[in-house]
Design a protein around this ligand. Structure first.
Ligand code: TRP
Ligand code: SF4
Length: 333
C-alpha cells in the first residue's frame, strides 16, 4: 500500500505567504508521492475560539479556496472538513480513554497556547477540557486515516510524538499491530518572515495574503524593512543586513536577480524604494496564476463546496473502515 499522509490547518481565514511557502507548497509536492488527506480543522478552532464562531464557515471556505488555488488537486488528494467526518470524534473517545493525563499535560505546544490565551483573555481564562484534549483530537485526525506520515512544521512535532505514543499504546492494550506510528515529515520550505522582520502572522498585520490584490501587495512590500543604516541610494548597502527586502529577493528571485541586487546595493547603485518596487512586481508575477485560480473559485463557490462535500464523503468511507476494526478490537457491542 502507498504511504499515506494526513495534515490539517485551522480555519483562520485567508492564508498568507507564510502558509503558502511554509506548508501548502510542501503539500502540493507531497500529494504526488503519497496517498494524501488534507482537512480544515474546524473542531480545533473551537478549542480556543468556541465563543467567536461567526466567521467559521466563511473561514473554512477561504482556507479551502487558498489550498485549491495553490495547487492542491482534489482529483488526487482528499480535501475535507474535520467536522464532516464525525468518525473522528468517536475515535477521539477511544483514544482519550487510553491516554494518561500527564501525556497531554506535558505537551509543550499546549503550554504555549495557554500562555497566548492568558495574554489575550487575562489570567482567569480557564483551560477547557477540549483544549487539554487537543493532542488526543489531533491524534484521532491522524490515526483516523491510519497515516504513515504527517507533514508539519517544527512547532507541531511534539504533538506527533504524542500521537506515536498513543498509537503504540492502543496496539499494546488491544493486542494488535493495527495503527501505524506516524512519522513527522518536516517542511523543508523556506520560512518567510513578516514585513516587519517578525514571524509572519495575520494578527501581527505584517503579512501578505495570497488573496491580496497586486496593488495591496505592492503597497505592503514598500513597507518591508531594509538595511536600516542606509539613508540614500548612493550609500553603500549591506544586503545581508537588509532585514526583510533582501530575504524576500532570495525567496522569490532567480540566482542572477539576487546577484544583481546584491552588487548594485553594495555599490550604492540601487535605491531601496526602487528595489522594493521591483520586488513587489516580482512577487505579484509569482502569485499571478494562483490569484487567478483563486478568483475562479471565489466566483464558483458551489464548486468548492462540492469538492469539500465529496472529499468528506471519501474521508468518511476510509474512516468507517478503520473505525469498524477499532470497535472490534475494543470489543464494543
Ligand atoms: N494542530 C495543527 C495546527 O495548529 C492543525 C492540525 C490539527 C493538524 N490536526 C492535525 C496538523 C493533524 C496535522 C495533522 O496547525
Ligand atoms: Fe535591501 Fe534592496 Fe535596499 Fe539593498 S537596495 S538595502 S537589498 S532594499
Amino acid at each position: 500500500m502507498r504511504e499515506r499522509i494526513v495534515s490539517g490547518m485551522r480555519p483562520t481565514g485567508k492564508l498568507h505567504l507564510g502558509h503558502y511557502l511554509g506548508v501548502i507548497q510542501n503539500w502540493v509536492e507531497l500529494q504526488h508521492k503519497y496517498d494524501s488527506f488534507f482537512f480544515v480543522a474546524d473542531w480545533h478552532a473551537l478549542t480556543t475560539k468556541y465563543d467567536s464562531t461567526e466567521s467559521l464557515k466563511e473561514n473554512t471556505l477561504d482556507v479551502a479556496i487558498d489550498w485549491l488555488a495553490s495547487g492542491i488537486d482534489p482529483d488526487i488528494s482528499t480535501v475535507y472538513v474535520q467536522s464532516l467526518v464525525p468518525e473522528i470524534a468517536e475515535l477521539n473517545v477511544y483514544l482519550g480513554m487510553i491516554t494518561p493525563q500527564n501525556w497531554v499535560e506535558r505537551d509543550p505546544c499546549l503550554k504555549d497556547m495557554v500562555k497566548i490565551l492568558r495574554s489575550k483573555e487575562g489570567q482567569n481564562s480557564q483551560m477547557s477540557y477540549g483544549l487539554l484534549g487537543y493532542p488526543v483530537l489531533m491524534s484521532a485526525d491522524i490515526m483516523m486515516m491510519n497515516a504513515t506520515h504527517v507533514p508539519v512544521g517544527i512547532d507541531q512535532v511534539a504533538h506527533i510524538e504524542i500521537t506515536r505514543d498513543i498509537a503504540r499504546r492502543f496496539n499494546q492494550v488491544y493486542k494488535e499491530e493495527f495503527f501505524n506510528e506516524p512519522k513527522p515529515l518536516l517542511n523543508h520550505c523556506s520560512l518567510i518572515c513578516g514585513l516587519d522582520g517578525n514571524k509572519m502572522g495575520k494578527s501581527f498585520k505584517n503579512d501578505i495574503k495570497i488573496s491580496d490584490t497586486e496593488e495591496e501587495t505592492a503597497k505592503k512590500v514598500m513597507t518591508a524593512i531594509t538595511d536600516r543604516s542606509r539613508m540614500r541610494k548612493t550609500d553603500l548597502g549591506h544586503p545581508d543586513e537588509c532585514e526583510v527586502a533582501f530575504k524576500y529577493w532570495k525567496i522569490f528571485g532567480t540566482e542572477e536577480q539576487v546577484a544583481k541586487v546584491r552588487t548594485e546595493c553594495e555599490k550604492g547603485e540601487r535605491g531601496c524604494a526602487d528595489c522594493k518596487r521591483q520586488l513587489g512586481t516580482l512577487i505579484n508575477e509569482k502569485l499571478a496564476a494562483i490569484r487567478e485560480k483563486r478568483r475562479y473559485y471565489e466566483t464558483h463557490i458551489d464548486e468548492v463546496k462540492d469538492i469539500l462535500n465529496e472529499g468528506s464523503k471519501k474521508a468518511r468511507t476510509e474512516a468507517q473502515k478503520i473505525l469498524t476494526h477499532v470497535r472490534e478490537l475494543v470489543k464494543m457491542y
